[in-house]
Write a protein that binds this ligand. Structure first.
Ligand SMILES: [Zn+2]
Length: 136
């Protein structure tokens, strides 16, 4: 008897150990909304991995310091970052009421570009948005 193993590619990049279809995909496709700062944080990480650039923009707080009015240029930059970066892992270090501290392990052009960030989130009309982040 063959033991069925999940294909690695089906696992959500946010490392929830769920399948992408059951984890971040419904958020990326607008079928569901992130219900907490950490679910938004995870879904934004997997959006970078999957190249879901519109999702990254749509979940950025328009009143926050990271919003940009040159959306097309911004989009192109995010797409380039998403393509040139090898995303190797995400670890949530702590979760607060509106903050998530995490470590992202990445490599750009063969160089380690990992970082630890504390992201701040805001809510409007029961939806979570990425407000800002501080690197350590
Ligand atoms: Zn996920």
């Amino acid at each position: 008897m063959k033991i069925k193993t999940k294909k690695r590619s089906n696992i959500c990049p946010c490392q929830s150990s769920l399948s992408y279809a059951k984890c971040c995909k419904p958020l990326h496709t607008g079928k569901a909304d992130a219900d907490s700062p950490d679910s938004l944080m995870r879904s934004r990480y997997s959006a970078y991995v999957k190249g879901e650039i519109d999702y990254l923009i749509n979940t950025t707080d328009k009143t926050g310091p990271l919003w940009r009015d040159d959306v097309e240029v911004w989009k192109a930059e995010l797409a380039e970052f998403s393509q040139e970066t090898h995303f190797q892992g995400l670890e949530i270090l702590s979760v607060g009421a509106n903050a998530v501290r995490f470590e992202a392990t990445l490599e750009i052009e063969g160089k380690d570009a990992s970082f630890i960030e504390t992201s701040l989130f805001t809510t409007y009309d029961d939806k979570w948005y990425y407000h800002s982040g501080e690197f350590e």
